[in-house]
Design a protein. Structure first.
Lengths: 531, 402
């Protein structure tokens, strides 16, 4: 226990140096940190919203409305297919997870079944790239009553998609707020967590989120070459590209089809090429069919929030209401475009469940007070330890200071979020970190009392105290782990600092103090321990 | 040379006086349970939903009475105000408003109107359009406010070209804020600058600055309670398993009894002092559990060691010896932890004061329960000495390496 192999010494010192290196950026200003070369540690501790100020919004996606729309679109398709096949039916209505209706003439039963099976019934859930199961099941009774029911898998897939889409819409809209860097995460089944550091007026954010984005399909005016600053001919407008602001398009103002008629868009493979397939509802299909029939060979622009996403050329009339956009996509860009097409408008209303805004002034006060409390706590503990254990206490204090450096270094390295309760966790760690050393020193005292020589007492003291240290720290760690899994936001931050603090304090008490004692023993070879 | 806080050969009769401690704990426990259930916990908005606003009065101490009267006049149901830390900081709590999220947002806007010279809650919000001025509309608010009051306050902001006018017929005041960005700014930079200017104006027109605004819906509150309860229950269960695995079932039952005692006493502490019970409190409770079990395990460790060492010593004596042998460590660690946590209570700021107070309380009762409850409780379970004898008694110190 008293002897250290050379490699261990090297590792311990290395850990301390690394800790110092990773903790170092925190003492510099943002500007200075920006000038640190990237091969050096250059990350500061990531402050939570409660310390840096900003808005936190927990939004709920109304999946029920997604479901209602989903069923309604099935009803729409069924009605359309039956009409196009001239099958007379009655009592078509939404029931449970699907629709039911009755064919008027039982002679049409097989015809209706075949028609539905080959159209509505052949649709699959999700994208073709990821595969998927049937969208609906079709049951027909001998009495002519049909039930077209959405599969659970289809409902689930549509809701998942609605949430992904909502996240994309939220991201696009938050970008309108300026140069803020939002954090947007999916949480649980139907929630979106939105954190915007630096935003102190969430009212604006909520207004923007509540607005409906507008997606429209237009014809492109080819009578003039678009150029910056030109006066667009009457009935047209000059719009920038979505990806490249300098790419300009001259677009006819007349809306051919509105995005509200688009029911789906998916990335797909066609002849080995990534393309985006899309589908309109019956109204959109009719309008889209008319437009494409009359304009084969001309470009057709998809405009989202005043920017042109893409302007593909119409190759042939698209009459079925479903089409494909091709144009040099890879699977990623095709996926993005499909998402954008779906993301035109929010698929479902967003309801804020929770909203917390902290002003930068409060955040700054919290940091200042937290720092001050930590430093005073540290000083008090250091003075107390020096008083209680003399020379050994000083060594424990060096280890305690090293522990703080390691803790700050780990937090910076892991980019864990430091919250106000997290600072409390650090202060608590300061108090509890010396526990391991106290255990060891008390044990050494006991061994000295029972008549051992200094080296033997230190050796036995360490050896016997270690099981206790591990037992007691592991049980505390269990509590911290539960906090991490069940806590939210700031509390998670507390659990993180507490757990990292446990680890670094064990390391510093067991390794660093012991190393110092070992050096001291070798140099002084004391006859009695000053403990 | 070092100061000894606890004398070397201390021998206090913890185990002999256990009945006194049990009685004391029983009384405290009953009081805590009664307080928790009769008085009830003062749930924060985390758990019951509602609105919380922390505002700082710009001109010295806040007049809570006047503020309360003004807010009550809004008819938002239960409104509570208290100073928070400093005399010019006010914490406003408003119960959840009936109606959806819009009702909460509107309530927040109306509360903010109360403290502003310009009431804007019922007006259309200013909109950003590149190259166009932003227009903030509202009605004069607060006694004695004139257009001149507003002009005077805005003039201090050194924004260029802001005009204030009042429509005599409708009484609507209109503040026109011309673009505060240059044409070379990108769209986002322009939005940033314009919004910053608007925020400045709003701030200048208010007698307070807002430090925190929170709203929690009741649904989230219920889930937060559930996850809090789960965290505590699973932590206890995890600790139970670990102690069982490392010691014996008797030890883990004794530890859990002591922990339950600590947790309930902490709840009672919150109920009795009417401290706010929020998410941070759950964290405090779990931390206390972690600290207390840490303490308990240290003493248990010594009991186990002594069980191996002194095969003939009567159990009460053996346990008392174990407590006394570790007493110095228990006291020292409690003192260092208390020092750190007290620094947090006194200097850490109002936002985490309740949390820090709970930790102080927890360190005290955690230490007490480890010594005076957990170990004496062990006596009532039939500890079989032979379970520990299987492990070979510790060999007398391997020869030191040097």
């Amino acid at each position: 226990m008293v002897h250290f192999p050379r490699w261990q010494i090297v590792l311990i010192l290395l850990a301390c140096v690394l800790g110092l290196g990773f903790a170092a950026p925190n003492v510099f200003s943002e500007k200075q940190v920006a000038s640190i070369p990237t091969w050096l540690p250059h990350k500061k501790i990531n402050l939570g919203l409660d310390l840096r100020g900003g808005s936190h919004l927990l939004l709920k996606v109304d999946v029920n409305s997604v479901f209602r729309e989903h069923v309604a679109s099935v009803a729409d398709s069924v009605r359309g297919e039956l009409r196009s096949a001239r099958i007379r039916f009655a009592g078509l209505r939404v029931e449970g997870k699907g629709v039911r209706f009755r064919v008027r003439d039982l002679a049409d039963l097989e015809k209706a079944r075949e028609k539905l099976r080959s159209t509505v019934g052949s649709a699959t859930t999700g994208s073709l790239l990821s595969g998927g199961g049937r969208e609906v099941t079709i049951d027909a009774g001998a009495d002519g009553v049909f039930r077209v029911t959405l599969t659970d898998q289809a409902i689930r897939a549509r809701q998942d998609q609605a949430i992904e889409q909502s996240i994309e819409v939220v991201r696009r809209r938050v970008d309108e707020l300026g140069t803020l860097e939002p954090i947007i995460q999916r949480q649980g089944d139907d929630r979106i967590l939105l954190q915007v550091p630096g935003l102190e007026d969430p009212e604006r954010l909520k207004r923007i989120l509540g607005k409906t984005a507008k997606m429209t399909f237009h014809l492109v005016d080819q009578s003039e070459v678009p150029r910056k600053g030109m006066r667009p001919p009457p009935g047209t407008m000059l719009l920038p590209g979505d990806q490249d602001e300098n790419q300009l398009y001259l677009i006819k103002k007349r809306i051919e089809v509105g995005g509200e008629d688009l029911v789906d868009a998916q990335p797909t493979l066609q002849d080995g090429q990534a393309v985006v397939s899309f589908r309109f509802n019956s109204r959109g299909a009719r309008r889209f069919g008319n437009t494409t029939r009359r304009n084969v060979g001309k470009p057709f622009a998809i405009v989202l929030d005043g920017k042109v996403i893409s302007a593909p050329v119409i190759r042939e009339p698209i009459l079925g209401g479903a089409g494909i956009i091709s144009g040099g996509f890879n699977t990623k860009t095709a996926g993005d475009l499909a998402l954008l097409l779906r993301a035109g408008a929010l698929p479902a209303p967003l309801e804020p469940l929770e909203e917390r805004t902290v002003g930068a002034s409060l955040g700054n006060d919290s940091i200042r007070q937290g720092e001050f409390a930590s430093i005073i706590g540290l000083v008090l503990v250091i003075v107390f330890m020096a008083g209680a254990y003399g020379r050994f206490g000083l060594m424990a204090n060096v280890a305690l200071t090293a522990n703080m450096v390691l803790l700050l270094g780990s937090l910076s390295l892991l980019q864990a979020t430091l919250t106000l309760p997290g600072i409390a966790g650090i202060v608590l760690t300061i108090g509890m970190a010396v526990d391991a050393n106290v255990l060891i020193f008390e044990r050494i005292r006991e061994e000295v009392r029972s008549g051992r020589t200094p080296i033997s007492a230190i050796d036995a003291g360490y050896r016997r105290a270690i099981t206790t240290i591990i037992d007691s720290n592991l049980t505390t760690f269990i509590a911290a782990l539960m906090l991490f899994f069940f806590g939210s936001g700031p509390i998670k931050g507390f659990a993180v600092t507490l757990s990292i603090g446990l680890a670094t304090s064990m390391f510093s008490a067991i390794m660093i103090t012991r190393l110092m004692i070992s050096f001291w023993l070798r140099r002084k070879r004391p006859a009695a321990l000053p403990i | 040379m070092a100061l000894k806080i606890v004398p070397d050969n201390i021998n206090l009769a913890f185990v002999r006086h256990r009945k006194i401690y049990f009685a004391l704990s029983a009384v405290l426990f009953t009081a805590a349970v009664a307080s928790t259930f009769l008085q009830g916990l003062n749930f924060g908005i985390d758990f019951k939903g509602g609105i919380l606003i922390e505002a700082r009065n710009k001109t010295g101490p806040a007049d809570i009475g006047a503020m309360r009267a003004q807010l009550n006049a809004l008819g938002l149901g239960e409104v509570s105000l208290q100073t928070f830390g400093e005399p010019n900081d006010v914490l406003i709590r408003v119960e959840k408003q009936p109606g959806g999220e819009k009702a909460q947002t509107q309530a927040i806007r109306r509360i903010k109107d109360v403290f502003s010279f310009l009431a804007t809650a019922n007006e259309v919000e200013p909109k950003f359009t590149r190259g166009q001025p932003m227009v903030l509309k509202g009605k004069l608010n607060r006694p004695g406010t004139t257009v001149a009051t507003i002009e005077e306050r805005i003039a201090k902001l050194s924004l260029s070209g802001v005009t204030v006018s009042r429509d005599a017929a409708s009484g609507t005041v209109q503040i026109v804020l011309p673009p505060q960005y240059s044409s070379s700014d990108t769209e986002n930079e322009a939005i940033d600058k314009q919004n910053a200017a608007l925020t400045k104006i709003r701030d200048a027109l208010s007698i307070v600055t807002y430090r925190r605004t929170e709203f929690v819906g009741p649904q989230v509150g219920k889930e937060l309670i559930m996850s809090g309860v789960w965290a505590v229950v699973l932590a206890l269960f995890g600790i139970l398993l670990y102690v069982w695995f490392r010691f014996e079932w008797q030890f883990s039952v004794a530890a859990i009894l002591a922990l339950t005692h600590d947790i309930l006493l902490t709840l009672g502490f919150f109920a009795e002092l009417e401290l706010e019970f929020n998410l941070a409190t759950v964290a405090a409770v779990l931390t206390i559990a972690g600290y207390s079990i840490n303490d308990t395990v240290v003493v248990f460790d010594r009991v186990r060691e002594n069980l191996r060492k002194y095969k003939k010593m009567p159990l009460p004596e053996l346990m008392n010896k174990s407590i006394n042998e570790t007493l110095s460590r228990t006291v020292l660690t409690s003192v260092t932890t208390l020092l750190a946590v007290l620094a947090l209570v006194i200097l850490g700021g109002q936002v985490i004061r309740d949390f820090s107070l709970a930790l102080v309380w927890g360190v005290i009762i955690g230490t007490y329960s480890s010594i005076c409850l957990a170990v004496p409780i062990l006596l009532y379970f039939n500890i079989r000495r032979d379970t520990f004898a299987e492990t070979a008694p510790e060999t007398e110190g391997r020869a030191p390496a040097e």
